[in-house]
Design a protein around this ligand. Structure first.
Ligand code: CO
Length: 452
């Protein structure tokens, strides 16, 4: 199969993955379904139970429904091999429904929203929006339970103001006042209908849970438009949430593919891990975020399964390596001044090593060299990115996680356009490239992570 054909298959798979995952809670559910379909299926570990881990065993842990860590237990103890970790995030910036969301004026029911992370708000206008997330309720046994909910049909809209009332929109850009101008239109009410009752009845109809039993929710606004290829040769693709579901998907494919090969040919000596966190877009500080205890807790318990003494955990971390995978800013030729002219990264030219002297990205010369070497071994091109010095640079889970664990790491990601738009796009070839280099990372022979 040539590059473009296999890449398109991988990207179609990615687009389906995103379309099935309109919220971080759905991302984890989609991954779990994929793991259940494997032979033999992966085993879910409960953090409240005692763990017994077998070499070569395939396990995953979910924390609070929207962060997930998957691992293939190595044939050798982590104190001998270190961990090979790929980290990414399950959340994307957008709008979230407030607790007392429903209100009506002149018969128009609107839902109040809060801005989650840093979306490009103007891109949310005039889209076929809907709702997806999680609802907490009291079940028939009077226990608190939660259920995922997803409305498939377009349910909500943020109509633009006509140009006749906003004459300078093309000169000044669309500015939306976050408190007053973001509520989303849901329904036209009759005089008898009350907004709150209308909304809770809608949730009841969708979930089958009596409205009075619904106690709380985490509801994200999502775009119902499906992913698509575009460009003269379909060499690009677009969808929502490419940042960072494209990286989650690449890491997952690399682990699953590698695991398949390893299971039949060469058992993997090192423990291979995908750690996919919620809450990156709001700073990662939560019980399930990259700045929380989730990853350290899981790593410690993996070590405990084989530990012979108290030094084993520290020895394992000292031999470990993490790839922090998050998307990168592709060069958009209409805006040349937004980029450092010597560090333009181009769509379809390969994964990007992100470099920042102030360590908003974790890459340093040794980890960058190691990643470049894996790219060469996988016959994958790579590029290097540095942000303009006069613009503030974004960050990732990389610095947080590597500081917490003390392990060597690198920040990489595929080039994409329109980061944090509700409709982002990227290059077809790059997705396959990223999967290939990640597979190489997982399969690469264990060497001491030391400079000779
Ligand atoms: Co991101």
């Amino acid at each position: 199969m040539n590059d473009i054909v296999s890449s398109k298959e991988q990207v179609q798979n990615l687009l389906d993955f995103i379309d099935a995952s309109p919220s971080p809670w759905h991302v984890v559910k989609t991954i779990e379904a994929q793991l259940a379909a494997q032979t033999p299926p992966w085993q879910r570990l409960d953090e409240t139970a005692k763990w017994t881990l077998q070499p070569g065993g395939r396990y995953y842990v979910v924390r609070d429904d929207s962060s997930i860590i998957l691992f293939v237990q190595g044939q050798k103890p982590p104190s001998e091999t270190g961990f090979k970790i790929i980290g990414a995030h399950t959340d994307s910036p957008g709008l979230r429904i407030k607790p007392n969301a429903a209100n009506a004026e002149n018969g128009i029911l609107r839902l109040g929203v809060e801005v989650y992370g840093g979306p490009i708000l103007a891109t949310f206008t005039d889209r076929d929006l809907s709702l997806a997330g999680r609802i907490a309720y009291k079940n028939d046994q009077d226990d608190i339970a939660s259920i995922l909910v997803k409305f498939d049909q377009p349910l909500l809209r943020l109509p633009n103001l006509a140009i006749h009332m906003n004459r300078t929109v093309n000169e000044e850009g669309l500015k939306l006042q976050k408190q007053s101008e973001l509520p989303l239109i849901l329904a036209a009410l009759t005089e008898e209908q009350l907004p709150t009752t209308f909304f809770s009845t809608l949730l009841q109809q969708q979930t089958g849970i009596a409205a009075e039993r619904i106690l709380s929710w985490d509801l994200a606004v999502y775009d119902t438009q499906k992913g698509a290829f575009w460009g003269a040769d379909s060499e690009f693709y677009a969808n929502s949430q490419l940042d960072n579901l494209a990286s989650c998907h690449a890491a997952l494919q690399a682990l699953l593919d590698n695991d398949r090969i390893d299971a039949t040919v060469i058992p993997s000596t090192a423990t291979q891990i995908c750690a996919l966190f919620d809450h990156e877009e709001i700073g990662s500080q939560s019980n399930k975020g990259a700045d929380g205890s989730f990853l350290p807790d899981v790593l410690q318990r993996i070590v405990l399964a084989t530990a012979t003494d108290n030094e084993d955990y520290a020895r394992a971390l000292a031999k470990s390596f993490m790839i922090s995978a998050d998307m990168a800013h592709a060069y958009q030729p209409n805006f040349p001044n937004a980029y450092d002219s010597e560090h333009k990264v181009i769509v379809n030219k390969g994964p990007v090593i992100k470099v920042n002297a102030n360590h908003n990205y974790t890459s340093e010369s040794v980890s960058a060299a190691m990643f470049a070497d894996w790219c060469e071994q996988a016959e994958v091109p790579y590029q290097k990115y540095s942000h303009r010095c006069d613009l503030p640079c974004g960050s990732t889970i990389g610095p947080i996680t590597s500081a917490k664990l003390g392990i060597r790491s690198i920040d990489v990601g595929n080039p994409m356009w329109a980061m944090h738009s509700i409709r982002e796009s990227a290059g077809v070839l790059d997705h396959d490239y990223m999967i290939r280099v990640m597979k190489r990372f997982f399969a690469a022979p264990i060497k001491p992570w030391r400079i000779v």
